[in-house]
Every structure is written in structure tokens, then in C-alpha cells.
Design a protein around this ligand. Structure first.
Ligand code: DX5
Ligand code: ZN
Length: 218
């Protein structure tokens, strides 16, 4: 198991959006290290979520780093708006249609780093770890999807665990898991080398945010 401190990143997708600022403050007070923000375009995944204006509102309500996960086919067109809205970590998908060319993907990662943000690269459950390998020198964070991206509340896919272990063997930076993470599945991922746990349902549907975050960290 990794000896690093575990970073818990509640995914605001599972919060009550009608009370967004209050939810952000409560989950921070409960011990959140980062806030994870899921951005979806209705093409890369069959769902639509939030844009830069809402990220900016979250930024104003929060003090912890914002970890923005772009599930977009053409993320390169939206990097600057999300960086200006206050993303500290900005993650794109290696499968994104607009990033098929290696040079375009590298330039997107470079744009993020040049804005003094941290660049992240994510992969879907069906994508092998090898797809990320050529880019690991250009990223600060790797985000392993442990469900098919698009919706919160899905069941963890245990077949992602060996992928986490493989990526940890290659990559010394922040290694995050996202989807179906609770105390039990989070522990399996930490044992495989993950140090960032993204969790929506298991935190925001818990009766105590503090207990839920503590049990992810335990
Ligand atoms: C899914 C998103 C996740 C989602 C996780 O596409 O990337 O961040 O919010 O939600 P839970 O923890 O409910 O699986
Ligand atoms: Zn996510």
C-alpha cells in the first residue's frame, strides 16, 4: 500500500445542486481535500452536467483545490474557460475524439501546465493502461475510471484494480480512482497504489459527511 496521505475528493455531481454553495462548505468542513467536478458534453458521455460558470461559483464558495474532470469530445476548446473559472487540476480523456492526434493531446496538456494548473489524463474502463504510457511524463494526475463515465451511483468495476497497480508501477504522481468508491472499494484501490479517492454517492448520500470521509481515509 502506498504510504502517501490519502486525498479525498468528493464529487459534487452527487450533491444537492439547489444548495450548491452550502454543500461545498459542508463537505469541506467535513474534511474534503479537493472537490471533484464532472463536466459532460452529451457526446463523449450520454449526459450533460455543468459548465465554466458553475465551476466559477464552486470556486467562490470553496477553499480547497478544484479537480475538474472533462468528459468532452473536444476538450481542447474549453481548457481556457475552465482554467479561468478556477480549475486547479484539469483532466482530459485519452479517448476524446478531438485528442486522437498525439501532438494535439500533448499540446492540451501543455496548455494546462502553462496556466499553472495541474494536468490530468483519464481513461475509460475498457481502455488499457498502455494508452496512457506515452504521456505520463506530461501529466501530474492520472484518473482511472472505475465505472463507465457518465453517471454517479454506479457499481465499482473490480477489473480496474490491476490497471491501477500497473499505472502505479509507471507513474509517481497523483493516481486517482473515480466511480463506485466507498470505504471498501477505496481500500482495494489504495492497496493497488491509488492515492486520490473520488467519491460522490458514498459521501453525499451518507448521513454524516465527516464519517463518510473519515472511513474513506481509514
Ligand atoms: C462519473 C463521474 C464520477 C461520479 C462518481 O462519470 O466521473 O466522478 O460523480 O460518482 P459515484 O461516487 O457516485 O460513483
Ligand atoms: Zn469524475
Amino acid at each position: 500500500m502506498t504510504t502517501r496521505r490519502v486525498i479525498v475528493a468528493p464529487s459534487v455531481l452527487a450533491c444537492d445542486f439547489g444548495r450548491l454553495a452550502e454543500e461545498v462548505r459542508q463537505v469541506e468542513a467535513a474534511g474534503a481535500d479537493w472537490l471533484h467536478v464532472d463536466v459532460m458534453d452529451g457526446h463523449f458521455v450520454p449526459n450533460l452536467t455543468i459548465g465554466p460558470a458553475v465551476v466559477e461559483a464552486i470556486r467562490r464558495a470553496s477553499r480547497v483545490p478544484l479537480d475538474v474532470h472533462l468528459m468532452l469530445d473536444r476538450p481542447q476548446e474549453f481548457l481556457t474557460p475552465f482554467l479561468e473559472a478556477g480549475a486547479h487540476y484539469l483532466t482530459v480523456h485519452v479517448e476524446a475524439e478531438g485528442l486522437r492526434s498525439e501532438s494535439v493531446l500533448r499540446s492540451a496538456l501543455d496548455t494546462i501546465r502553462r496556466a499553472d494548473a495541474r494536468a490530468g489524463l483519464s481513461l475509460r474502463p475498457r481502455t488499457g493502461a498502455e494508452a496512457l504510457r506515452p504521456f505520463l511524463d506530461a501529466v501530474d494526475l492520472v484518473l482511472v475510471m472505475t465505472v463507465e463515465p457518465g453517471f454517479g451511483g454506479q457499481a465499482f468495476m473490480p477489473e480496474a484494480v490491476p490497471k491501477v497497480r500497473q499505472l502505479r508501477a509507471w507513474f509517481a504522481g497523483d493516481l486517482a480512482v473515480d466511480g463506485g468508491i466507498n470505504a471498501l472499494t477505496g481500500r482495494q484501490c489504495r492497496e493497488a497504489g491509488a492515492n486520490v479517492l473520488v467519491a460522490g454517492t458514498s459521501i453525499f448520500r451518507a448521513s454524516s459527511y465527516t464519517d463518510a470521509i473519515r472511513s474513506l481515509r481509514a
